[in-house]
Design a protein around this ligand. Structure first.
Ligand code: HXC
Length: 514
């Protein structure tokens, strides 16, 4: 009889090799790391505790009886990232293309159950051809079990998905149910049905990259939230991202030792808003000046760039930032930016990250396509998300806060706790030209000099409404501040609100306008 320890060693060695040397070489030749290499980069050295490394499938048909790989194509376990505990799974593409099996599902489901029970984030490194075809309905059930757990874990523990290879079918639905999706340029794809099936069904010819590459999902579909150049960059981003998040929804995000002067006042902010309403400026410059140095991390940077959603730090504390970007489409709200903002506000609220909103927005984008596309429903998501969020909420109106954008993004009626405005703020129902067209028609017709009548109306309208003082008189703006004071004011406001408690009437759930 063989020495039991030798048997264990042999099995472990086999498990460590995944699909074997040639498959590992092929993975490296594509510029990709193996599942174990990815985990090793992600986790603190020596912290990985693997579970299920010897599990294998029980399938014998389709030649599967010979294809037994200890671990069955997914590496699962627990470890630490910067000293904080995480659960992690990584598909091993060298084993049957990382295809998802019954055994994989048992391993991942167990990991998610333990992650929720222990209140620790779950990270999935996805590199899988989807449901293992040879397992038939077993692999469908396998996915169903994981989706169920992804949903149950949603809003309880942060879930981060990294797409690190060609992911198809069920391998993209599970990430879609998680909080963040990170894709690697050039080597990762996501699609429900691949190019070949699309060609068969619709006749369309498209490459995998054009169909579901990192750019497509970051910039067009919005299904991914970050794009990185290499596998190792993805691991670095996961570590960074975790730093802004709590371990679970009953905790607050960790505070870094403050490294930036809370009283820092950037003089340049006082002149950043151009005198001419129609001239843009870069809201990112504002954010970088206000928040702790180098702390702004954009989420969904490429999608709907007329809105900015980002994590940042104030005096070392994690905050969520929503801002209009006046330098892209004047910072208008539309279907895509509404989705982007609403999702981010809900995410912050779920994980106890306070939200600060910087407003410079001419309103919702007018247009037939927007109306047909359901801008009413999508726009309503912003309102719903802000009203529902119980985390501390602050806003700063830097310039335009017109009509719906004022109400939806910044108003106290949405539950904003403290509202600041810069002296350049313009808080009105609509722009001056639109108001003139609506209200000044009769006067224009009767005027000896219609152009002058129009100009006079616009001048008076701007004088009345294009300032923050009317809103401040009504208590809608708490304080008009010098732009350079913004950092200090926000830090002080959050200091007060850190112990905020808000209760709501118990209900099963509301109907978010999806
Ligand atoms: C079983 C699979 C597999 C799968 C890949 N392999 N996908 N085995 N089930 N789903 C195997 C291949 O047979 C091959 O084995 C090895 O993995 C590597 O795959 P290649 O095709 O050689 O690699 P590559 O050229 O890089 O292409 C990768 C790929 C492609 C784009 C992922 O393999 C592919 O299109 N796979 C099928 C994708 C798919 O349609 N999945 C089913 C989705 S349906 P050998 O031994 O030959 O090297 C689904 C339903 C769930 O997921 C629905 C839930 C809602």
């Amino acid at each position: 009889m063989a020495d039991p320890l030798d048997v264990l060693k042999k099995k472990r060695e086999q498990s460590l090799k995944g699909g074997g040397d040639s498959r590992i070489e092929a993975q490296h030749a594509r510029g990709q790391l193996t599942a174990r290499e990815r985990i090793a980069i992600l986790l603190d050295e020596g912290s990985f505790q693997e579970l299920g490394s010897l599990a294998t499938h029980q399938i014998t048909d389709f030649g599967m009886g010979d294809k037994l790989f200890p671990g069955d194509g997914v590496v699962t376990g627990f470890g630490k990232v910067n000293g904080r505990r995480v659960a992690v799974y990584a598909h091993d593409f060298t084993v049957l293309g990382g295809s998802f099996s019954e055994v994989q599902s048992h391993k991942v489901s167990r990991l998610l159950d333990l992650a929720v029970a222990s209140g620790i984030p779950a990270i999935g490194l996805n590199d899988s051809g989807g449901a293992r075809v040879q397992e038939g309905v077993r692999s469908l059930q396998a996915y169903g079990d994981v989706f169920y757990r992804n949903v149950k874990a949603s809003g309880v523990v942060p879930q981060i998905s990294v797409i690190m290879g060609p992911c198809a079918g069920g391998a993209v639905y599970s990430p879609a149910l998680t909080d963040f999706v990170i894709m690697v340029t050039g080597t990762s794809n996501m699609f429900l049905t691949g190019p070949e099936i699309i060609k068969q069904v619709t006749g369309e010819e498209v490459s995998a990259e054009e169909l579901g590459g990192a750019w497509v999902h970051n910039a067009r579909s919005g299904c991914a939230h970050f794009e990185v150049a290499r596998d190792a960059d993805a691991m670095a981003l996961v570590k960074l991202l975790l730093g802004y998040l709590p371990q679970n929804n009953s905790q607050d995000p960790p505070q870094l030792t403050p490294y930036d002067d809370p009283a820092r006042a950037d003089e340049a902010l006082n002149s950043i808003v151009p005198d001419d309403d129609n001239v843009a400026y870069d809201m990112l410059e504002v954010l970088n000046a206000v928040f702790d140095t180098d702390s702004v991390l954009q989420v969904s940077e490429q999608y709907a760039p007329h809105a900015i959603t980002a994590f940042a730090r104030l005096d070392g504390y994690s905050v969520g930032v929503v801002a209009n970007q006046p330098s892209v489409l004047s910072g208008v709200l539309d279907i895509d930016s509404s989705d982007k903002i609403a999702r981010f506000v809900r995410l912050c609220d779920a994980y106890n990250v306070p939200v600060v909103t910087f407003v410079d927005c001419p309103g919702y984008l007018p247009g037939v396509q927007q109306e047909y596309g359901g801008v009413i429903r999508h726009g309503a998501k912003i309102i719903y998300a802000y009203c529902q969020a119980t985390v501390p909420k602050l806003c700063v109106v830097t310039r335009k806060a017109m009509g719906g954008s004022y109400v939806a993004l910044s108003s106290k009626q949405m539950g904003n706790d403290i509202a600041f405005a810069w002296p350049s703020a313009q808080i009105a129902v609509m722009g001056a030209e639109g108001a003139a067209k609506l209200l000044n028609r009769k006067a224009m017709k009767e005027a000896a000099d219609p152009a002058k009548a129009q100009a006079d109306f616009i001048a008076e309208y701007k004088e009345r409404f294009f300032n923050p003082y009317r809103a401040a008189d009504l208590g809608q703006i708490d304080e008009v501040i010098e732009p350079k004071e913004t950092r200090t004011r926000l830090i002080r406001a959050f200091e007060v609100l850190r112990t905020k408690v808000e209760t709501s009437v118990p209900k099963k759930h509301g109907l978010f306008p999806v």
